[in-house]
Write a protein that binds this ligand. Structure first.
Ligand code: GLU
Length: 233
């Protein structure tokens, strides 16, 4: 289990994400990645095996990626070797996810999706979750929050996740169970991280999510926290 960061606000997200990942380097990792969303550039996903500086060079310190909202990850592989393709974020054409933890029943969920025609690029448990979220969005015609809630109700295991949806460019949905996740609240901006280290320099207003709580982070709105059954916490 390694690091997660997220940002939604008025600043360019990528440099803040890279800075946050650097502050989580002490935890150890084998690869790193970011996903940043903007209406003009769409969903931009950059990731690579190896040190954070490899990723940072790939995106010119964050300057070649545009958008005010994004998520980042340092991976400690549990399912699938350290490689570019197994690095996070994992994405469908529409949805992108970063995940710390282990989806214990990923094999059963993967078989179910394969039977419906889904195929997988990586060997990770995480890609199964992102494909499941998009499958629910499409088959039940739900928004991202509902799809994440329904998907997590099928998951056995530990997770801290942060999810972006290309069709909702102002939103991050973040959830946790048995793996920590913290939301920092600034002035018209939100920070997200798997521990408070990357957040403290920006704000001292932090919310520690409890197990099975979901943070609904929307630019320009107040933070909302709900559970898997959509009851506000
Ligand atoms: N189980 C996931 C993977 O192997 C996440 C590992 C982590 O927590 O970094 O990709």
């Amino acid at each position: 289990m390694c690091g997660i960061v997220g940002y939604a606000g008025r600043e360019q997200a990528a440099p803040i994400l890279l800075d946050g990942l650097e502050r989580l380097e002490y935890r150890g990792y084998d690869s790193a990645g970011i996903a940043v969303l903007s209406e003009s550039a769409g969903l931009q996903v950059k990731k690579a095996k190896g040190r954070l500086k490899v990723l940072s060079a790939m995106v010119d310190g964050g300057r070649s990626v545009d958008g005010f909202i994004g998520v980042g990850h340092t991976r400690w592989a549990t399912h699938g070797e350290p490689s570019d393709v197994n690095s996070h974020p994992h994405s469908t054409p529409r949805v992108s996810i970063v995940h710390n933890g282990i989806i214990e029943n990923y094999a059963v969920l993967k078989e179910k999706l394969q039977a419906k025609g889904y195929s997988f690029k990586s060997s990770t448990d995480t890609e199964v979750l992102v494909q499941l979220i998009e499958f629910i969005q499409k088959s039940k015609n739900t928004d991202l929050l509902t799809a994440v809630q329904l998907a997590l109700r099928e998951v056995i295991g530990a997770y801290a996740i942060a999810v972006l949806d290309k069709d909702n460019p102002d939103e991050i949905i973040a959830a946790r169970k048995s793996s920590p996740l913290v939301v920092g609240i600034g002035e018209d901006e939100f920070f997200l991280a798997s521990d408070a280290t990357p957040i403290v320099e920006y704000t001292d207003k932090v919310v520690y999510l409890e197990d099975e709580e979901i943070a609904v982070i929307r630019r320009g709105e107040k933070l909302k926290v709900v559970n898997l059954k959509n009851v506000e916490c």
